[in-house]
Design a protein around this ligand. Structure first.
Ligand SMILES: Nc1ncnc2c1ncn2[C@@H]1O[C@H](COP(=O)(O)OP(=O)(O)OP(=O)(O)O)[C@@H](O)[C@H]1O
Ligand SMILES: [Mg+2]
Length: 228
């Protein structure tokens, strides 16, 4: 369901950063991606999410080849099918916790309908996720008033609402204490299992790796920089 073929990507005026001959990920797989800082993990996730324009090679998600889509079509596809937890959260400042979590359901009819089907309403869906993440007391707070760890959990609830088929999480637990980290991982894995969603999870925290049936070392996968 996620298929990469012959990907080459480099930033302007820099040597190629990523050269990935082939990577196939089945629907519902749970994958832990690791590698040293600066090796291209975030860049790879952004390519898969269609945030960076299509590189050389092909990336296919759910049978849809990203290279054939325009920028706005990729945005549409992402809103409908991908839940993203960014390294830098990208929450909308000054909007409340509740409004941030419900946002994907405003941009995507598919996700709105899934949330309504499962919980009765978008508001209930958001509340349920926030409760599981220990944030139900903060619904009306602007996210700018939250601690970093709390913002990280709001970003997770926003990614999960409306059950997208792919969840992409970039260092989502770096600011959480161990109790919150355990609850966060449990919710993420439960939600993905329940919805049959594919989970791509980047982390430097190797203690989390055991919860993922498949692990990818980006240094091994990536051929860029190898001697020719
Ligand atoms: N917008 C950009 N323009 C130019 N170069 C960039 C840009 N974003 C990232 N890079 C470069 O691409 C390389 C990979 O960055 P990336 O953020 O993908 O690494 P990472 O593996 O996610 O690192 P970390 O573990 O620190 O998050 C780095 O050398 C970085 O300097
Ligand atoms: Mg990164």
């Amino acid at each position: 369901m996620i298929d990469l073929q012959q990907i080459t990507f480099g930033w302007p005026d820099r040597p190629a950063l990523l050269e990935i001959p082939q990577l196939s990920i089945e629907q519902g797989e749970r994958i832990f991606i690791h590698g040293p800082s600066g090796c291209g993990k975030t860049t790879l996730l952004n390519l898969i999410a269609g945030i960076h324009p299509a590189p050389q090679g092909s990336i296919t998600l759910n049978g849809e080849q990203l290279n054939t889509l325009s920028g706005s079509q990729r945005d549409r596809f992402r809103a409908d099918h991908i839940g993203l937890i960014f390294q830098q959260f990208n929450l909308l400042p000054y909007l409340s916790v509740q409004a941030n979590v419900e946002l994907p359901c405003q941009f995507s009819k598919i996700r709105r309908e899934r949330a309504e089907q499962r919980y009765g309403s978008v508001a209930e869906a958001g509340l349920s996720l926030l409760q599981e993440l220990g944030l139900s007391g903060l619904l009306q707070q602007p996210v700018t008033d939250l601690s970093i760890g709390q913002q990280q959990r709001v970003a997770a609830a926003r990614a999960l609402i409306g059950s997208p088929e792919i969840i992409i999480a970039d260092e989502p637990t770096s600011s959480l204490d161990s109790a919150n980290r355990a609850a966060f991982i449990e919710l993420l894995i439960n939600e993905c299992d329940q919805n049959g969603s594919t989970l791509l999870f980047v982390s430097h925290d190797q203690s989390l790796a055991q919860q993922f049936p498949r692990q990818i070392d980006l240094l091994q996968l990536n051929r860029a920089g190898e001697a020719v």
